[in-house]
Design a protein around this ligand. Structure first.
Ligand SMILES: *[C@@H]1O[C@H](CO)[C@@H](O)[C@H](O)[C@H]1NC(C)=O
Ligand SMILES: *[C@@H]1O[C@H](CO)[C@@H](O)[C@H](O)[C@H]1NC(C)=O
Ligand SMILES: *[C@@H]1O[C@H](CO)[C@@H](O)[C@H](O)[C@H]1NC(C)=O
Length: 247
């Protein structure tokens, strides 16, 4: 199975001067015994503050999050597979977080984060070519996908580097997984003559757990690329010494 996520974001302006953490972000003390709890709250707070963008830090508005460019997902091969193009993608719900749990290790330079969102809704223009349940698909339409209580688990590996005598981190999404309570799909007019469209959506909604494998691979990849990109925009501007107290 081949899945590729191509996200092209607008390049952020490169700043040469180091910045402090945004004033709305909580700073945690590495020496404190409740550091991980503090960090969990700080991350959740920071994401929830992004209802408004922080342009100075290259952080976009997250509610809704709109990708400036298209996302292409390729799944399978020519015989059994589908190439999907999501454009004008709008994601609602990234700032409605039920629970965040984070663990940071300075020695291992890793950050584990689990985030449970209340509800995530994707809406987009949608183009697809390929084969799906043995039927040929060649469409241009709109879709809505609703995920109930999805939990995203990410492990970021952090690399340290120096810039103007200050240490900075760069994050790479090492591994990730996603679980969710339920998912509903509304793909409009996938089949040209209008027949089967209701059946397709009914089938997807009834059997959502069966197709979850597919979505569990594609959605997290997209989210990782979004969160990794945002996290790195911040890390590029805020040196390690400014991220935490007690270093
Ligand atoms: C395409 O993928 C299907 C399912 O994974 C597999 O059975 C088939 O052999 C593949 N075909 C080619 C040409 O690779
Ligand atoms: C995230 O969830 C997994 C599975 O429940 C757990 O093993 C891991 O310790 C959690 N990570 C954090 C940072 O809470
Ligand atoms: C998922 O949500 C749909 C629509 O709200 C509902 O019909 C279905 O029963 C739900 N499935 C589960 C397993 O909760």
């Amino acid at each position: 199975m081949i899945i590729r996520v191509l996200c092209v974001f607008v390049l952020s302006v490169t700043w040469c001067t180091a910045l402090n953490l945004p004033s709305s972000f909580k700073k945690c003390d590495l020496r404190a015994s409740d550091f991980d709890q503090c960090l969990s709250n700080a991350i959740q707070d920071a994401i929830q503050h992004l209802k408004e963008p922080l342009l100075e830090y290259g952080l976009p508005q997250l509610e809704p999050f709109q990708t400036p460019k298209e996302v292409i997902l390729e799944y399978g091969n020519e015989t059994t597979g589908i190439r999907q193009k999501y454009s004008n993608l709008k994601i609602t719900g990234f700032t409605k977080i039920e629970k965040t749990s984070a663990r940071f290790s300075l020695e291992r330079k890793s950050l584990n984060v689990n985030i449970t969102f209340t509800n995530i809704l994707y809406e987009s223009d949608y183009g697809a070519r390929g084969r799906f349940i043995y039927l040929p698909i060649d469409v241009s339409t709109t879709t809505a996908i609703n995920l109930k209580r999805p939990t995203l688990r990410i492990v970021f590996n952090l690399e340290e580097y120096e810039k103007e005598n200050l240490k900075y981190f760069k994050a790479r999404g090492g591994s990730f997984r996603m679980k969710m309570k339920n998912a509903t799909f509304d793909f409009k007019n996938i089949f040209k003559k209008g027949c089967l469209n209701k059946e397709l959506n009914d089938m997807m909604n009834e059997k959502w757990e069966n197709i979850l494998d597919y979505f569990q691979e594609t959605f997290p990849e997209l989210w990782i690329s979004v969160f990794e990109w945002m996290f790195n925009n911040l890390l590029e501007k805020v040196p390690v010494s400014e991220l935490f107290d007690g270093l």
